[in-house]
Design a binder for this molecule. Structure first.
Ligand SMILES: [Fe+2]
Length: 376
């Protein structure tokens, strides 16, 4: 065992000297002649153990130990007390302030043994705390790897269907803004952000002939398309820490009136993050170009959201979006492009410029038009 600093507190100097004599071979002893002096020591020095007499003028040993909790919560506390102080002792033990009490007059060997045990407990807690902080660092590193993986998945989706360039990230960020407006917790906002990025990741498994189809989907094609929320959830799988985000993703096409998919959930049975992603997704889809239509513009998108409120969309979520969106949607655009709040998972927003959306699709349409003209 290493040498520790032990604070001994007693109003009688001979008692302090006695404690020093017994313990100073193995440890460094600091003396205090009362509670006030001991508090000053604790504020300026880090001690592993306090041994205090109970009966002292102006501040009792129990009162000192109570005060010491706020200054040095991990320091071990031992109370020296006579049998007449039973009630104080019981109170102190019950309040968790005392590791051990030693009855006076104390025996030197018993005191040494108790101090040794107390300091072993102190060292064990130090080791545990150290291991815990190392574990937390390791978990944080693992989570940062996960963020890299998530970003890679989102990029893979954007590469597959360029018309959605930045769509996932924009949805994610609009969703966080709505979530903040609705006073979600930071933990929920993190999952809303993750869910927003990953909500359509299952479209990676949908053939491009369906993703890029300008005409109405056939029932079979629609069935394939409608599987994407469940596919998204499957891709997320059982990743630790993503359980709630996975539920947000799985249910982002549920309608507030119960007529959505995959499970036909309704109202508040739909997870709040899913209801938020649903509105964010719809707003972004309507205000950016898609294979099957051009952007309908902010005003029409707002009218559409209003029309479908209560049927497709949660009224509270739409209300929250309207509160932050501003006239012409400019306020929302400005917040996203200029001063979006820090990402909860450390993502940036490259490729999310709405004006770039649809470029690859338009190029492809023009290419096919040229080919068609050549065939003729
Ligand atoms: Fe979707």
């Amino acid at each position: 065992m290493r040498r520790h600093k032990i604070l001994v507190v007693d109003d009688e100097i001979p008692n302090l000297r006695l404690l020093r004599r017994v313990l100073s071979d193995e440890h460094d002893i600091i003396e205090a002649q009362g509670g006030a002096e001991a508090v000053e020591v604790l504020k300026n020095d880090y001690v592993s153990l306090i041994i205090t007499d109970q009966r002292m003028p102006s501040m009792t040993g129990v009162q000192l130990l109570e005060q010491s909790i706020a200054i040095c919560p991990d320091t071990i506390k031992i109370l020296l007390t006579g049998y007449t102080d039973v009630q104080a002792l019981v109170d102190a033990i019950n309040a968790g302030h005392v590791y051990k009490y030693i009855a006076k007059p104390w025996d030197a060997n018993e005191l040494k043994l108790t101090v040794r045990r107390a300091l072993e407990a102190f060292e064990l807690k130090e080791t545990n705390d150290h291991l815990l902080s190392e574990l937390q660092i390791a978990i944080a590193e693992l989570e940062s790897v996960s963020v890299g993986t998530i970003r890679a998945l989102a990029d893979a989706l954007d590469a597959k269907c360029d018309y959605t360039a930045g769509h996932s990230l924009r949805v994610s960020r609009i969703a966080v803004l709505i979530g903040r407006q609705m006073k979600l917790t930071d933990s929920e906002l993190r999952d809303v952000e993750l869910g927003g990025i990953l909500h359509d990741i299952g479209k990676i498994g949908v053939p491009e002939s369906i993703l890029w189809k300008a005409d109405k989907l056939t029932p079979e094609e629609r069935e394939i398309m409608c599987k994407h929320p469940v596919k998204s959830a499957e891709i997320i799988g059982d990743l630790r820490g993503l359980v709630r985000a996975r539920e947000y993703v799985k249910h982002h096409h549920e309608y507030f009136n119960g007529e959505g998919y995959p499970d036909g959930l309704a109202g508040e049975d739909i997870p709040i993050g899913a209801r938020i992603i649903m509105v964010s997704d719809a707003y972004d889809a309507m205000t950016t170009d898609r294979p099957y239509r051009q952007s309908i513009g902010h005003d029409k998108a707002m009218a559409e959201l209003t029309k479908m409120t209560g049927a497709q969309f949660d009224p509270k979520v739409v209300e929250a979006l309207f509160a932050i969106i501003g006239p012409g949607g400019h306020e929302l655009d400005r917040i996203i492009s200029e001063q979006f709040p820090d990402s909860f998972i450390g993502l940036t927003l490259p490729g999310a410029n709405p004006s770039k959306s649809g470029k690859r699709f338009q190029d492809e349409v023009e290419r096919q038009a040229r080919l068609a003209a050549t065939d003729v």
